[in-house]
Ligand binder design. Structure first.
Ligand code: BDP
Length: 728
C-alpha cells in the first residue's frame, strides 16, 4: 500500500453482498471516446468495490442496469428527464437518477425493461464522465454499511439521500491545472519528485502514469491542463516545432480521452529564437505572420489544443515591453493567430519590477499588476484571458486578495492558486489549503456593489453591469480558475500523502465554490482512508475520519502561526523558499520587505502615508484596510508599519502575539504528529509510516521556525516575553 491510487482506490466493500442489482450491466451507446472512458471507469470502480465485473453493452441485455449517455444520443437516457430538467444541465454538468419501476408505456422502444435502473446523463460526454465519478463517490460513501445502497427508494429528497436524484453543474467554465515541468525532468517548485511528463529532454515513456493522472484530474472535474513551465527555456521553446509536436499530440490524445484539453506555455521571443527574426515586436507584421504560420502548424498537429499560456515581461522573461508596446498588443497579436482554431491566450498578470531598490519605499510590488493592467481593461480580444494570482505578491501563507479582481470589468479573468506548497511548507509540512482558497473566493470586492465576490467574478457570473451573465453568451465562457499542481513522480503523487487533499480539494472547489472546506475534507478522508487502508476494517472508522479531518482543517492556521506573522509574508530562505530566514529577502531587489527595525515592523501601504496600494480597493474594503482601527489583525503588517507595542484587536501587543503564536504553533505542530500516532492501529502500516516521517520533520522544523523568529524579534525589540519562555 503506497498511496498511488489516491482517492480512486475503491476498496472492496465488506458488505459486497449488498451490491445493488443495477450494478450488473452498463448500457452505453455510441463510439464517443469520453463516453467509453466513462463506461470503463464505472466498470473498473464497481469491479473493485464489489468483486464482480459488470458487462458493458449498447442495449440493456439484462435488467436492472445503469444507463450512461447524452440526452441527444441516448433515448433511454433522454426519456428519464423532462425537457426542463434537461435544460437545467449546462455543457459539462450532469444528472443522475435512480428509479423504481419503468413504466413500459413510456419506453416503447425498450419495452423489454421491467426492472429499476440508474441513469447518468449529460449534454456532453465529459458531463457523463463527471457524473460517473460522482456515482462512484456516492457508492464509496455507502460502503461502510451505515447507509443503504439502494438507489430506488423515494424516502429522501436530498441528493445525498438514498434515493439518487442529482443535478450538478460546474460553476467555473475553465477548471485548469498548470504544470511548471521542464523537459529535463525537473519541476520548478515541485516537491514530489521529478516530472511525470518529461525526462532527459524527451517525453516520458510511462504513458500509464499519465493516464492515471488524467483519471485523478477528471474525477474532480479538471478539464484544462498546461503541460510545461511558464518559464519557457530553450528546449521547451521547441515544443511548438516539428521536433516535439508529435509528442504533444500523443499527450493530447491521452488527456482527450478524459475530456481534458491541453495548453502549451510559450516563449514570447519564439519568433527570434525559433524563426530567426530580429524582433518579437507584437506590432511588426512579420512577427504576426510568423505566429499565424506557427499556429497553423501547431493546430495541424493538435487540432483541439486549448491554446497558449504566456508569462511575459516577468522575472526576466521576454515580452512586449522591450519594444515599447503594452500587453494588450502582445496578447492580441497571439490571440489573432489562434482565433481561427478556437484557441485561447492565457496571459499572466504576474508582472512586476524584480529589480527594485529596497531603499526606495515608494515602489511597491503589491501595486504592480493593478497599476499595469487596469488601464488595459477592455482592450483584449475575446479569446484572451488574464490569469491573476490570488494575492498581489506571491502565494504567501496570508495575503489580501488581488485588487485587480473586479477592477477589470471588461476583461475575462482566471484566478490562479498554487496547490504546490512553495511558501506553505513544500509538502513536508501539512497545510490543507482549501480554507485559504475559500476565504479568497468568498471575499467581497464591492466593485459592483455588495455581493461582488471573487467567486462570482472569476466564474463570469457577475456580468459587467452587475447582473448575471447569460450562460449562452460565449463572451462569458472564458472564465474560471487555474492552479499550479503539486504532483510529481513520487509514488504517492504528492510526496506528503495528506497533500493529495489539496489536489482533490482544488478540483472540487473549482467545480463548486460553495462546498465548504469541511465537506471537502470529509469526502477526501473517507475516499482515501476507507476500506483496506483502514486496518480496523470497520469501514470509515469513527476515529479516523474526524481525527484526520481535524488535522487538515487546523493545518493552515498552525503553519501560519509559526511562520511570518500578521500577513507580512516572506521571511523564507531566498531562492528555494524553505525554512526561516527573517531578513533573507530584506535587502535584495525583489520588493518583498518587512521593514523591521528596533521600533517596529510592517509595510505602510496606506494612501495617506504609505505606498497608496490600499487605494486600489473599493470602499468599504479600502477604508477597512486604511486604518489600523479596522484592519484585520491577520493582515495588519501587510498594510501598516506599527510599533511592537501596538495593541491588536485581540488585545495582545504585536510582539507578544508573535511570541504566543510561535510557541503555540510549534506545540500544535507536535500535536498533529501525536494525533497521527494515536491513529496507528487504525491505519495501514506503510501509509502510517510515510506520513509519520513528514510529521516528525514538521514538528522539528516548526521549532526551528519558532526559535528563529522569536529570537530575531526579541533582539530587535528588546521586549521580553511576558510568559518568560525560552528565547535565545
Ligand atoms: C513564483 C515562483 C517562481 C515562478 C513564479 C511565477 O517562485 O518559480 O516562476 O512564481 O509564477 O512563485 O511565474
Amino acid at each position: 500500500e503506497n498511496g498511488y491510487d489516491a482517492w480512486l482506490h475503491y476498496p472492496r466493500s465488506s458488505h459486497a453482498e449488498n451490491r445493488p442489482a443495477w450494478c450488473n450491466v452498463i448500457v452505453v451507446t455510441g463510439g464517443d471516446e469520453v463516453l467509453q472512458t466513462a463506461a470503463n471507469e464505472l466498470q473498473r470502480g464497481l469491479t473493485s468495490m464489489f468483486g464482480q465485473q459488470p458487462k458493458i453493452n449498447d442495449v440493456p441485455v439484462d435488467v436492472p442496469f445503469i444507463a450512461l449517455g447524452t440526452f441527444k444520443d441516448h433515448p433511454l437516457v433522454a426519456e428519464r428527464f423532462s425537457a426542463e430538467e434537461q435544460a437545467d444541465v449546462n455543457a459539462e454538468g450532469y444528472r443522475i437518477r435512480g428509479t423504481e419501476m419503468i413504466n413500459p408505456a413510456q419506453s416503447a422502444s425498450y419495452d423489454a425493461i421491467k426492472g429499476p435502473y440508474v441513469t447518468v446523463a449529460g449534454q456532453t460526454a465529459p458531463g457523463v464522465l463527471y457524473g460517473v465519478f460522482h456515482l462512484l463517490r456516492w457508492l464509496q460513501g455507502r460502503l461502510d454499511g451505515e447507509l443503504p445502497l439502494q438507489a430506488t427508494s423515494k424516502s429522501s429528497e436530498s441528493s445525498d439521500g438514498p434515493f439518487l436524484d442529482v443535478l450538478s453543474n460546474p460553476v467555473n467554465p475553465i477548471r485548469m491545472i498548470n504544470h511548471w515541468d521542464n523537459m529535463d525532468g525537473s519541476v520548478e517548485r515541485g516537491y514530489a519528485g521529478a516530472s511525470i511528463f518529461y525526462e532527459n529532454n524527451a517525453l516520458t515513456k510511462n504513458m500509464d502514469r499519465l493516464r492515471d493522472y488524467a483519471r485523478l484530474l477528471a474525477s474532480v472535474g479538471i478539464q484544462s491542463l498546461s503541460i510545461n513551465n511558464v518559464n519557457v527555456h530553450q528546449v521547451e521553446t521547441e515544443l511548438i516545432t516539428d521536433k516535439y509536436l508529435s509528442d504533444v499530440a500523443r499527450l493530447a490524445a491521452i488527456f482527450r480521452a478524459y475530456g481534458i484539453q491541453i495548453y502549451l506555455s510559450i516563449n514570447y521571443a519564439s519568433p527570434m529564437q525559433l524563426g530567426g527574426l530580429t524582433t518579437a515586436d507584437p506590432l511588426d507584421p512579420g512577427v504576426a505572420e510568423w505566429w499565424r504560420a506557427k499556429a497553423r502548424e501547431v493546430y495541424a498537429a493538435v487540432p483541439d489544443l486549448g491554446g497558449f499560456v504566456v508569462k511575459a515581461d516577468s522575472e526576466n522573461r521576454p515580452g512586449p515591453f522591450s519594444y515599447g508596446r503594452h500587453h494588450a498588443d502582445g496578447a492580441n497579436m497571439l490571440a489573432d493567430a489562434l482565433q481561427p482554431y478556437g484557441g485561447r491566450i492565457i496571459w499572466r498578470c504576474f508582472v512586476y519590477d524584480c529589480k527594485q531598490d529596497w531603499r526606495d519605499r515608494k515602489t511597491d510590488r503589491a501595486r504592480a499588476a493593478f497599476d499595469y493592467f487596469k488601464p488595459l481593461d477592455g482592450l483584449f480580444r475575446d479569446n484572451v484571458i488574464l490569469q491573476i494570482k490570488n494575492g498581489p505578491m506571491d502565494f504567501q501563507v496570508r495575503e489580501p486578495v488581488s485588487p485587480l479582481f473586479g477592477a477589470l470589468q471588461a476583461t475575462q479573468v482566471l484566478l490562479e492558486f498554487q496547490i504546490t506548497q512553495e511558501y506553505t511548507g513544500q509538502q513536508r509540512h501539512l497545510c490543507y489549503l482549501v480554507p485559504q482558497w475559500k476565504e479568497v473566493l468568498d471575499f467581497d470586492t464591492y466593485t459592483q456593489g455588495k455581493g461582488s465576490t471573487i467567486k462570482r467574478i472569476v466564474s463570469g457570473s457577475l456580468g459587467s453591469n452587475g447582473s448575471p451573465a447569460s450562460p449562452s453568451s460565449t463572451k462569458y465562457t472564458n472564465y474560471g480558475i487555474a492552479a499550479v499542481t503539486n504532483i510529481g513522480a513520487d509514488t504517492n503523487w504528492t510526496g506528503h500523502l495528506l497533500a493529495q487533499s489539496n489536489l482533490y480539494g482544488y478540483g472540487r472547489l473549482a467545480w463548486d465554490p460553495e462546498l465548504s472546506a469541511d465537506e471537502i475534507a470529509d469526502e477526501w478522508v473517507r475516499l482515501t482512508f476507507g476500506g483496506y487502508r483502514n486496518r480496523s476494517h470497520t469501514g470509515n472508522s469513527k476515529h479516523l475520519v474526524p481525527a484526520i479531518k481535524k488535522m487538515l482543517l487546523d493545518s493552515w492556521n498552525i503553519y501560519e502561526s509559526y511562520t511570518a506573522p500578521l500577513g507580512v509574508g516572506w521571511m523564507v530562505s531566498p531562492d528555494h523558499h524553505y525554512g526561516p530566514d527573517v531578513d533573507g529577502y530584506e535587502y535584495s531587489m525583489w520588493g518583498t520587505y518587512h521593514f523591521a527595525d528596533c521600533r517596529g515592523i510592517g509595510v505602510d501601504r496606506t494612501t495617506t502615508t504609505g505606498t497608496g496600494y490600499v487605494g486600489q480597493y473599493c470602499s468599504p474594503q479600502a477604508d477597512i484596510y486604511e486604518s489600523t482601527e479596522t484592519c484585520p489583525d491577520e493582515l495588519l503588517l501587510f498594510f501598516h508599519h506599527v510599533p511592537y507595542t501596538h495593541v491588536l484587536h485581540s488585545g495582545q501587543t504585536v510582539i507578544q502575539h508573535i511570541y504566543d503564536t510561535h510557541f503555540e504553533g510549534a506545540e500544535r505542530a507536535a500535536n498533529l504528529r501525536d494525533t497521527w500516532v494515536s491513529l496507528r492501529d487504525h491505519l495501514d502500516e506503510a501509509i502510517y509510516a510515510q506520513v509519520l516521517e513528514r510529521l516528525e520533520h514538521q514538528t522539528e522544523h516548526a521549532q526551528e521556525w519558532r526559535d528563529r523568529i522569536n529570537t530575531y524579534f526579541y533582539r530587535k525589540s528588546g521586549i521580553a516575553d511576558q510568559k518568560n519562555r525560552p528565547i535565545y
